[in-house]
Design a protein around this ligand. Structure first.
Ligand SMILES: [Zn+2]
Ligand SMILES: [Zn+2]
Length: 316
């Protein structure tokens, strides 16, 4: 009886200790993320790891509409500094990732901008929506209306998420359902194949992609992580950690040479593009060595851990 009572008390104590918020652990992970970030992932780290109000104000100044930019031989950026849209040109058409937040942005920042880099929006074969938040899919109905030959791909879970999201004035409506992405699915256009992975966490059906680009004629595999900020709930954060680990392993096994993102704050696309403008014949700033890719993972992973230790009643 006494043993039972003691073990009950111990169990209750350990449960309450485990479920407490842990600011010391949270700080430890923020410090580790900051150390891993260095200068090149400073913005990623600032945004993901509990930013202060001043930091958020600073990050907001990074948003500005950018001219379209060819970043590899066959890979193009159509962004706003904060929001990234990517297009891959193959010998038989174009694959597009995300469509900005609404019809106006889709028209100006993608369709009109296509012409400035010699692309034709009629050549778009597939539109891959990285996840079901309107800043990524809001321009979809515009494309479905004006470019109906382009097939739209989204995960089943995120079609549902978009269908049930409360309307926002700046976001276009949810896409009409078209193709449903499968985990590991390969999408081939002409001589080029990209691969999609369902990496839940940021949303239940976030899609991440492996994209072979050509850099001065040499094929380089890039990984596009489809969702970065930590979800609000514990289960979502843990799920995102698992997805990040799994997709990183898949990507490294397939010998990626760089990470890109659907938000410029995560991959510093604007800084990299300005480096390209200054040194157009230098090595691509979008390519990262193994140590840099590992730091990118560490920043995200430690920030997710910090988010867990911030939750009321959080455990390890
Ligand atoms: Zn999102
Ligand atoms: Zn977003």
């Amino acid at each position: 009886m006494r043993t039972l009572l003691l073990s009950t008390v111990l169990c209750a104590l350990s449960l309450s200790a485990a479920r407490a918020e842990n600011p010391a652990e949270e700080q430890k992970h923020i410090a580790a993320a900051t150390a891993a970030a260095g200068e090149d992932f400073k913005n990623t780290n600032l945004w993901l790891c509990k930013p202060t109000k001043d930091q958020l104000t600073h990050l907001a100044t990074l948003r500005k509409e950018m001219p379209a930019k060819k970043v590899f031989d066959n890979f193009f950026y159509f962004g706003t500094g904060s929001q990234n849209v990517w297009a891959l040109k193959t010998n038989d058409g174009i694959i597009l990732w995300d469509v900005h937040a609404n019809a106006d942005e889709a028209q100006r920042l993608i369709v009109d901008a296509f012409k400035t880099v010699g692309l034709d929006p009629n050549d778009i074969k597939y539109i891959i929506i990285s996840h079901g938040h309107g800043d990524h899919y809001g321009g979809a109905q515009y494309f479905q209306e004006h470019y109906p030959k382009a097939k739209l791909i989204m995960s089943r879970a995120d079609y549902y998420l978009a269908d049930t999201a409360p309307a926002r004035p700046n976001w276009g409506g949810p896409p009409k359902h078209d193709m449903v992405a499968e985990d590991g699915q390969k999408i081939t256009v002409g001589d080029t194949t990209v691969q999609l992975f369902i990496t839940p966490g940021h949303t239940p059906g976030t899609l991440s992609s492996l994209i072979p680009v050509k850099d001065h004629g040499v094929t380089r595999l890039m990984a596009l992580w489809g969702g970065t900020t930590a979800p609000a709930q514990r289960d979502g954060i843990l799920t995102q950690e698992e997805s990040l680990k799994r997709f990183t392993k898949v990507a490294e096994d397939q010998k990626i040479e760089g990470w890109i993102s659907n938000h410029g704050l995560w991959d510093d696309a604007v800084v990299k593009i300005s480096k390209m403008d200054k040194a157009p014949n230098g090595p691509s700033p979008f390519l990262q060595d193994a140590a840099t890719r590992k730091r990118y993972f560490d920043v995200q992973n430690h920030c997710l851990e910090a988010a867990l230790y911030r939750l009321p009643g959080a455990t390890q």
